[in-house]
Design a binder for this molecule. Structure first.
Ligand code: ADP
Ligand code: MG
Length: 581
């Protein structure tokens, strides 16, 4: 119930609309209750042989006027109440999105994107239903229900009691069935999502499917998931199919009681024929509020549960926080120092980095080598605080990075991740992510630095070419160079490169390394690479093993003093020589 405050602000913001909506809704109910009164008059006139064309026409016109008013007012309550619930949906969704964005990388390691999508769709839809249709159903159940009972009692109390006996059945049934229907509906949605996922995955992996002759396997999977989808749909149909006939049965039980008992009361003139007909009309009006009564409790329960789940996410604090008191006069310049840094992804597991110590002066280049899994990527991730050190500290220019404003810290860093990630959009858009204010000249310069400009020009639309989902139309090497250019375009003093030449050929790789060397002195550069020739000019090279620095020094020193380094370097040199022929 506490999470109710999440929607309160939106309600208050649109309070006038909610009030207008509820007034319209109640007006519709009142007009609906008024119609049986007109019918009663008409029937009484007819049975007393007092009706003439004029009076009948008046009654008919009244009914038409009522119908028109109902139509107009329904439009308005929908606009006001359902509109407000849509506003709540929008507000919650945006809030959830911006909050989730602030959460740390480790949160995303643990949480499945699918779960987040489910919160963003199902939970928010539940809240929308509870705040929109929930209010409508509750108002109708309370107002239309009691008013109709009142009118019925006004005609005859005893008859009302008999007619209402089956009504609780309708409410209970509606509650039971709407719960089941919702559950089944979710399963149908789930089955449909699974089926869509099969299609998406099989088509995005179509090259592997063809190369491995997996067409039949794909077809079988598709058949299975579409069969499952149909089964779920049929299960839903079984429930909806029995719900409505049951409702009609219960209503007709009441109707039977009224025809029999009310008919007798009409004969004994306890009630008039008009009352008899009006009574039946009120009985029909009662069905919806009774169903609404059952439905609304489910809507509200579901909405509340969803709201709690959303609230829980909103209360999750990002692990990486802004410092409480950020350093205001940040040193413009300075080297980078790792002081006894340790980090493990999960507490208790063996550390991905342990007791890393080194220092590198501003404008120098640091190379990091080591077998896969030795902690190179982890080390780079710690600098922009994608993860926070567990022990020890990292300093830039003598200031602990945890006491800098996150934006200030990240503004100083250009980062090229191991897996280049491109957003769908044009080549130009992807470059500009690095520096939205860059002009054309800068754009071209950065592309040239990444040895990519000429190839971009050969693309069908040059810089305006759409790269597609995650950059599908580009080769691995092209993606990598686009990611590099994106880092070069950024005006930053620190450059972090995680295996920047892993996917390009030797010559392109050498050209890129030349670019990186030309930045020496201007930027502090970290390069992790398994291609040792890319690092040989670094001012200092760390040789990593199992999260520790096993050796460090210049290329020459390591060739002398480190077996792993010198062996790997010679092997790679031979390999490169072989490839050159
Ligand atoms: P490298 O870049 O040298 O190949 P990494 O820094 O990627 O090494 O990995 C170091 C260790 O941390 C490995 O044992 C790896 O399994 C582990 N690791 C890396 N990323 C994660 C993660 N997101 N969650 C849990 N463990 C991770
Ligand atoms: Mg790595």
């Amino acid at each position: 119930m506490k999470s109710y405050r999440l929607v309160k602000t939106y309600f208050l913001e649109k309070l006038h609309l909610v009030i207008i909506g509820i007034i319209c809704l109640i007006s519709v109910d009142m007009i609906q209750l008024f119609i049986p009164r007109i019918i009663k008059r008409a029937v009484d006139d007819l049975t007393a042989f007092q009706a003439d064309t004029r009076s009948l026409l008046t009654y008919a016109l009244f009914i038409i006027a009522a119908a028109i008013c109902i139509g107009i007012l329904r439009y308005f309550w929908r606009r006001c109440l359902i509109g407000t619930s849509r506003r709540i949906e929008e507000g919650l969704r945006n809030r959830l999105f911006s909050h989730i964005q602030t959460l740390s990388a480790s949160y995303f390691d643990k949480t499945k994107t699918g779960d987040l999508m489910a919160h963003a769709t199902n939970d928010i839809a539940n809240v929308r239903m509870a705040t929109g249709m929930g209010i409508v159903a509750a108002t109708d159940a309370v107002f239309l229900g009691t008013a109709a009972v009142g009118f019925m009692c006004y005609i005859n109390v005893r008859l009302t009691i008999f007619a209402l006996i089956p009504m609780p059945l309708i409410a209970f049934c509606a509650k039971y069935f709407s719960k089941r229907m919702h559950k089944m509906y979710r399963r149908v949605q789930g089955a449909f999502a699974d089926m869509t996922e099969v299609v998406r995955e099989r088509f995005s992996g179509i090259r592997i499917v063809k190369a491995y002759n997996l067409e039949e396997d794909s077809e079988r999977r598709m058949e299975e998931s579409s069969k499952y989808c149909i089964r779920q749909n049929l299960a839903l149909v079984r429930i909806t199919g029995s719900f409505f006939p049951l409702m009609i049965l219960f209503t007709n039980l009441s109707l039977a009681a009224v025809v029999f008992l009310g008919g007798r009361q009409t004969i004994t003139t306890d009630i008039t024929s008009g009352d008899f007909v009006a009574f039946i009309n009120y009985l029909n009006l009662m069905t919806w509020p009774m169903m609404a009564l059952g439905w609304v409790t489910n809507l509200i329960q579901r909405g509340a549960a969803s709201l709690d789940r959303i609230d829980k996410i909103l209360k999750t604090q990002p692990e990486i926080k802004q410092p409480e008191k950020a350093v205001s006069d940040m040193p413009e310049e300075g080297g980078i120092r790792f002081e006894n840094v340790s980090y493990s992804y999960e507490s208790g597991s063996s550390p991905a980095l342990s007791r890393i110590c080194f220092e590198i002066a501003k404008g120098q280049t640091l190379g990091i080598v080591g077998p896969p899994g030795s902690g190179k990527t982890t080390l780079l991730n710690l600098l922009p605080r994608l993860y926070d050190v567990e022990e020890g500290a990292i300093q830039i220019g003598g200031t602990d990075i945890r006491s800098m404003k996150l934006e200030d810290l990240r503004d100083r860093i250009s980062f090229v991740a191991q897996e280049p990630f491109l957003f769908s959009g044009t080549v130009r858009d992807n470059l500009l992510f690095g520096n939205p204010g860059a002009d054309e000249e800068k754009l071209v310069e950065a592309a040239e630095m990444a040895v990519f400009h000429d190839e971009i020009r050969e693309l069908p639309n040059g810089y305006q070419t759409i790269v597609g989902e995650k950059g599908v139309i580009l080769s691995g090497g092209q993606k990598q160079r686009l990611a590099l250019a994106r880092a070069f375009i950024r005006e930053s003093s620190v450059l972090l490169l995680d295996d920047p030449v892993s996917q390009v050929d030797m010559d392109t790789g050498s050209a890129i390394i030349d670019t990186i060397r030309s930045l020496e002195g201007h930027k502090t550069i970290f390069i992790a690479s398994h291609r040792l020739s890319a690092l040989r000019h670094a001012d200092r090279i760390l040789v990593m093993e199992k999260g520790m620095i096993r050796n460090s020094g210049t290329h020459e020193q390591l060739m002398e003093g480190d077996d792993y380094y010198s062996r790997t370097f010679r092997l790679q040199e031979m390999e490169e020589a072989k490839n050159a022929f």
